[in-house]
Each structure stands twice: as C-alpha cells, then as structure tokens.
Design a protein around this ligand. Structure first.
Ligand code: TMP
Length: 215
C-alpha cells in the first residue's frame, strides 16, 4: 500500500562512511529544530524499531556473518528500513515532525550496490519497494577522506569487531566515491559537506542549508 507523504513533515537523512561524524551533526541539527518548537525525531539504520534492531543484530553481530552473501545483506538492510518507514518515519511525517535519520536508502545503494558490486537496478527496485513513497527531502553526506574515516573507526569504541567495519581501504574508497557520484547526480536532494572541517563549522553549514532548502 503506498504511503501518503504529507508535505509539512520532513525527512532528512545523513549519510557517509563510518567515522564521518554523522551522529554528532544529527544531535546538533536536532537541537536547532527543538528551538523552533518543531517535533524532531532522530532514528538510525539499521534499527530504529524492535524488529529493525533484531535485524541489525543479525547483520552486524552474527557469528556466521562472514558467510552472509551480499544479496542477503541487501534484503536484511531493506527489511529493517521497510519496518522503520511504516512504524516510525511515515507516521511522524504525517504528524508534521522533522525526522533525522542516521542512514537511509542511499546506504544500500552505496554499500551493497557499489561497495559489494550488486547490480544497480535490483538494488534500486528493492529500495523503492522498501520505502514506498517516503523519500528524503534532503540528504546530507558528510564526506571525509577514506584514511581519516578508517583512522577514526579504529579509535571508536565498538561493541564488537563488526563485519562492516572489517572492510578494507578499497571498499571504503568505493563507498566514499559512490556517495559523491550519487550526490552529483541529484544536487537538489543532496548536500555534501566537508567532514574534515570543525564540528562547529559543519553544524553551521548544515543549519544554513537546511533553512534555505526546506523553507
Ligand atoms: P553505523 O551504525 O556506523 O552507521 O554502521 C552501520 C553499518 O551498516 C555501516 O557499515 C554501513 C552499513 N549499512 C549498509 O551496508 N547498508 C545499509 O543499507 C545500511 C543502512 C547500513
């Protein structure tokens, strides 16, 4: 059943490699919106619902994780997204809320499509099926050089050596370039920010652009 996407609510997704600083900027953007008395909801992928968190667990921490094929990975990520859209995001948008999502469908396009070399057409179709007609109004890509992202990743206290995080420099270079190519193709939806700048400078840039683009 197609979902109604009411125009007063907005969905802003954040994308970028691990260690790009998405969560810091999501919290800061949420704080700006809170001052405007708008309802703000933050969520993350994979996860964000009870079913989604269980799926996250399978993807990230499964002991047989290394045997998981790329197709299964794609279907699990998109299954978690389908649940998140219907349970959380679409109802919030219908209420007029601002939803800030740490990752959304572009992560599957880039990580599974480009990173894992799955054909673009089925990835796009499966993504579309999962989200219905709920698309981001704006997608912020926080771009950092691959070496910086990997170095930050190593310092990060992770609960387990997660299978995505064990990927190599080549994989993350493809991921970074994949986001930049996507953003160049859809400049009206994407905003690319330089993730090597200070957190304050990035926050200012994002808030200025959000106000200008989502009037
Ligand atoms: P994060 O919690 O650090 O963002 O990590 C989530 C991991 O899952 C990250 O390696 C990206 C990956 N991922 C995909 O590969 N495809 C997807 O569709 C999503 C949402 C995440």
């Amino acid at each position: 059943m197609p979902l109604k996407h009411k125009t007063s609510g907005k969905l802003i997704s954040f994308e970028g490699s691990e260690g790009s600083g998405k969560s810091t900027q999501i919290a800061r953007l949420a704080a700006h919106f809170q001052k405007t008395q708008r309802e703000v909801l933050t969520t993350r992928e994979p996860g964000g619902t009870e079913i989604g968190e269980q799926i996250r667990n399978i993807i990230v921490h499964n002991s047989k994780g290394d045997e998981m094929c790329a197709e299964t990975e794609l279907l699990l990520f998109t299954a978690a997204r389908a649940q998140l859209v219907r349970e959380v995001i679409a109802p919030a948008i219908m209420r007029g809320a601002i939803v800030l999502s740490d990752r959304f469908l572009d992560s599957s396009t880039v990580y599974q499509g480009i990173g894992r070399n799955l054909a673009a057409d089925p990835v796009a179709q499966i993504n579309r099926f999962a989200v219905g007609n709920v698309m981001p109004d704006l997608t912020v890509v926080i771009d950092v050089p691959t070496e910086v992202s990997l170095a930050r990743l190593k310092q990060r206290a992770s609960d387990l050596p997660d299978r995505m995080e064990r990927e190599n420099l080549e994989f993350y270079t493809k991921v970074r370039e994949g986001y930049l190519v996507l953003a160049r193709g859809m400049p009206e939806r994407f905003l690319v920010v330089d993730g090597t700048k200070s957190a304050d400078a990035i926050e200012k840039k994002i808030w200025t652009e959000v106000q200008a683009r989502l009037k």
